[in-house]
Design a protein around this ligand. Structure first.
Ligand code: CTP
Length: 482
């Protein structure tokens, strides 16, 4: 393993070394940059630690660069940052830290580079590279981090109980690195996570979710989600996911373990799409199952309406996990609500109007819904999976054909609510809603074509029922006929 830097990176590091010589301090690259470079992973963030004042070093280094970057700093934490081209440099003074048991706020004292390495989270993140003139580029590796990188192992420099109780977020980080890098957490380190899992409660949900999202964004999120479950961490911030675990057997009939099924669906989705929110829809697609589970005599296990319950649970879960309460949440809730629909269309004798309804309800998210639905086919029976997938292809083809003909996905009503009000001289009222729905339902059901004339004729008919009549001849402002 070796570190390969670009000429530009080398130039910047040499300047930082010069700046530290001016200040009479030593400085080192440390943390994720060193780890990722050794692993050959792309990285644009460099952490620099110095045996002195990190803020002063940042200013001195910035002064040597052209154009001079703006330095932002936090006096309380002794950290400083600047961005140069697309490179982020973070500066901090080496420190000895001791944490108090009830808080994450450490008592900080200046320390040597060895002190600083010792207080880092994992051996693979404690490797330091000198930027000093006399030994520029020399690796300092007091805990065999290089060997752990080669063996693909997550290990703590101190006893794991100390490292995790110093900063419990590191338990999430261990699992996140194991997932992202495909590393194994050393068994005694994992046991320490299990022992200390309750300490995660002192960490803010935003920071926990940040790590959770990094796990969700990995190539195989199931690795981390399973470790979160097995370590006992998951139940502290997402108990609804833990409720999916387990199999119940009555009269010899069991249902599948919905947690492990869900993990498979997330992995299947991840193999097809990088969209984090689609992966979240996969995570939540069956979240309503525990609440709707029933054993029906002669029938077996059912989860009727779990998609509706799941849709309703989604905003609460997003709030609890501090995920964004915006369009992304609505998108996830919508996919959870619709996740059974495409499969229900694989049955025989499905009409075009059922296809039109799915096109209408899924709209611009149809492709994502199809990925989710296909990912949800996880039976162990290969023949069954093959048959489902074949039928699924037929549904896809029919959806394309119906869409080409009827243009339902970006559907705009041929007569708008405003126009309905003008036609009947109505103010906003229940009637307007009824008339709008009548047009939409008739088009989706294929009763009338998707045209102004047909919709107008239907409005007149429906108006009679509601005892209202068009007032005079309606002229479309756009110039269309009335
Ligand atoms: N670190 C730590 N404990 C934490 C967070 C960070 O010891 N809870 C140390 C590690 O040495 C880590 C470095 O600070 O390598 C930088 O942290 P950060 O930028 O959060 O993570 P990276 O390791 O750089 O990884 P990534 O960029 O993938 O988050």
């Amino acid at each position: 393993m070796e570190i390969v830097c670009t000429p530009e990176e080398l130039r910047i590091f040499e300047l930082v070394g010069n700046a530290s010589a001016e200040l009479n301090v030593s400085c080192y690259l440390i943390g994720g940059f060193v780890r990722d470079k050794l692993l050959g992973r792309p990285t644009k963030d460099a952490d620099i630690v110095c045996t002195g004042d990190g803020i002063a070093l940042a200013h001195a280094a910035a002064a040597l660069l052209k154009p001079r970057p703006h330095v932002s700093f936090f006096k309380n934490f002794g950290t400083a940052h600047f961005r140069y081209n697309d490179f982020d440099l973070e500066f901090v003074g080496a420190r000895k830290e001791s944490y108090r048991a009830e808080s994450r706020k450490p008592d900080v004292e200046p320390g040597t580079i060895e002190d600083d390495q010792l207080r880092r989270d994992f051996t693979i993140n404690a490797l330091a590279i000198s930027l000093n003139k006399d030994d520029f580029g020399k690796l300092t590796d007091p805990f065999d981090g290089l060997a752990d990188l080669e063996r693909k192992i997550i290990r703590t420099p101190l006893g794991p109980d100390v490292t995790f109780s110093d900063d419990p977020l590191r338990m999430m980080r261990a699992i996140r690195f194991a997932t992202q890098l495909n590393f194994e957490i050393l068994p005694e380190v994992f046991e320490a996570i299990c022992r200390n899992c309750e300490r995660i409660k002192i960490i803010s949900q935003e920071r926990i979710t940040d790590e959770l999202n990094k796990i969700m964004a990995a190539a195989k999120p199931s690795v981390g989600l399973d470790l979160l479950y097995k370590s006992g961490l998951l139940k502290h911030f997402f108990p609804q996911a833990v409720d999916l675990t387990g199999v119940e057997i009555i009269e010899g009939k069991g249902h599948k373990d919905n947690f492990y099924h869900t993990l498979q669906v997330i992995d299947n989705t991840a193999a097809k799409s990088d969209n984090l929110w689609l992966r979240w829809a996969a995570f939540l697609h069956d979240i309503g199952k525990p609440a709707t589970k029933k054993f029906e005599d002669g029938h077996g296990w059912t989860f009727h309406g779990h998609e509706v319950v799941g849709e309703r649970m989604t905003p609460r879960i997003f709030k609890q996990l501090k995920l964004p309460l915006n369009d992304r949440m609505k998108y996830v809730a919508k996919l959870v609500a619709l996740h059974l629909r495409p499969i229900s269309l694989t049955k025989e004798d499905i009409t075009d109007s059922a296809m039109r309804r799915l096109l209408f309800d899924a709209g611009e998210d149809l492709e994502d819904l199809m990925i989710l639905c296909e990912s949800d086919i996880t039976s162990k029976n290969k023949m069954k999976v093959k048959k489902y997938l074949e039928n699924f292809e037929i549904v896809k083809e029919r959806l394309v054909a119906v869409e080409e003909n009827d243009r339902i996905r970006s559907w705009q009503p041929p007569i708008s609510g405003d126009e309905i009000m003008q036609i009947f001289n109505l103010t906003p009222s229940r009637e307007v809603g009824v008339l709008k729905n009548t047009i939409r339902e008739a088009i989706l059901d294929g009763v009338i074509p998707n045209t102004f004339e047909a919709a107008y004729a239907l409005l007149v008919e429906k108006g009679k029922e509601l005892k209202i009549q068009p007032v005079g001849n309606f002229i479309r402002p756009s110039g269309g006929e009335g």
